[in-house]
Design a protein around this ligand. Sequence first.
Ligand code: SAH
Ligand code: SF4
Ligand code: F3S
Length: 450
Amino acid sequence: MYKNDQKYVYIRTFGCQMNEHDSRKIILILKELGFESTDEPENAQLILFNTCTIREKAHHKAISQIGRTTIYKERDPNTIIGVCGCVAQQDKESLFDKYPHLDLVFGPDQINKLPELLDHAQRKKRGLSVELVNTPEEYTFLDQLPEEVAPASSSFVSIMKGCNCACSYCIVPSVRGKEVCRSPEEIVAEIDQLAKLGNREAVLLGQNVNAYHSKRSNSSTKDVTFAKLIRLISDETGIDRIRFTSPHPKDVGEDLILEYGQNEKLCPHIHLPLQSGANETLKRMRRGYTRERYIEIVRGLRKASPDISITTDLIVGFCGESDADFQMTFELMEEVEFDSIFAFKYSPRPGTFAYEQLPDDVEKVVKEERLEKILALQRLISMKKNEALIGKDVEALVYSLDRMNRGLLTGRMPDNRIIHFSGNPDLIGDIVPVRVTAAHKNSLAGEMIG
Ligand code: SAH
Ligand code: SF4
Ligand code: F3S
C-alpha cells in the first residue's frame, strides 16, 4: 500500500555480490532519509540503477534500462533518476551527455555521499561523484553494526574493497580502485552482532578476498592473513558457517588449505576462478599461476577436506586462444571435475590491457562453439556429482521459501548446493538435517529427517 506522504525508492541491481551488498547499504542510507523501498518504479520518487560493466552485455543491459526511464521523468519531472555502480564509475559525466534526464551519477566508493547528492538533485542540480578512494585512511566501510535485521539466515560482510591484480581482460580494478582492507576488529564485531540477531552464516566479500591482509590494533605483533581472519571469526563470534567470495588462486596460501582441514565452521566449498587451463593463455591473461599450480591447489584442498566442492569461472575465446589451448581447458575440466562453473565468452573491455594491446582474434562463432562445449561437459559432470549425493544426509541452512512457489523450503548445504524439501516456513534460519532424495542439474531435492 502506498502512502501519500511517504517517499519511495526503486533500486535495480545488476552484477556481482559486491553490487548486491552495496544496494543494501544504499537502502539503509535512504531509510535514514525517510525512504521506503518499492518494486514498482512508477511509484518511486527516486529511481536508481546499480550497474555492472564486467562484459559488454552487462554494460549494454544497464545502459538500455537507463534510456527507458525518461517515461518516469515525463510523468513526474520531480522524479530523481540516478546511476551508480561500475558503469557510473566507468562512464562518469558522459552519462549526463547521453541521458540528459539523469540527475545523479555516483561511483561505488561514493555511496556515503548519497545524502549530499540527493539534496543537490532536489534543488534541480545534477550530482556527480566518481572519485575512487584508495587508502585505508580515507575509506570507510559502510557496513554498520546492524541494530536489527529482517529474519535472515545468511549475510554478506565486506572484508576488503578494490583489486590490486592486473588481469589483462578485467575492468574491475579501474572501476573499483585499489585494495583497502577492513580492520579485523570491525569485521569480527559485525559478524558477532549478526549472529546475535539470528544469522547463521557470514559470506565474506571482496574482489580478491584472500589477498586480505591486516593487523590487529591491540597486538602490534601479529599480522592477520585471510586464513587468520577466518580463524578469528570462528573463535570470536557466534556465527555457525563461514563462506567467502571470490579468492584468487595465486593468493591461496598453505594456511588457507590447512584451515579447510581444521575448521568446522569454514564451509567445504571454494569458488576458485581458473579462467583458462592453458599456460600461454593464463600468461596473456596475467593471472600469475600455471595450470600445474592450479591442479596442485585442488589436490591440496581435497586432501585437507575430501568432500570439498570446487567451482570456477572460465573465459573462452580470449585473445590468441588456439584450439589446442582450448583443449587444455577442456581436459583440465575433465581432470578436476568442478562441481559447477560459470563460463563466459571473452568480451573486450575498453581501457584494459587486452583491449588496448591484444587482438580479439577468436571469431564469435568459435567462442560460441567453445562455450557450448564446456557447458555440455559440465552438465554431465554436475549431474554425475549431484546423483552421487542421493541417499546422503546433509545439514541444510534454510534460506527461504522456494522461488517457484511450490510450497517447499530452499536450503543451502555446506558445500553450497541448493536443496529443496518440504517443511514448516518457521524453519527459515535454522540448520536442519535432510536426506537427499533426487538430483537435478543445478539443485537437489530432499526430505527432512526426524
Ligand atoms: N574478482 C573475481 C572476478 C570478478 S569478475 C575474481 O577474480 O575471481 C567474474 C568473472 O567474470 C571472472 O572470474 C571472469 O571469468 C569473468 N570476466 C571478467 N572479465 C571478463 C571479460 N572481459 N570477458 C569475459 N569474462 C570476463
Ligand atoms: Fe578482475 Fe583479476 Fe581482480 Fe578478479 S582478480 S577482479 S579477474 S583483475
Ligand atoms: Fe560487475 Fe562491478 Fe561486480 S563490473 S561484476 S558489478 S565489481
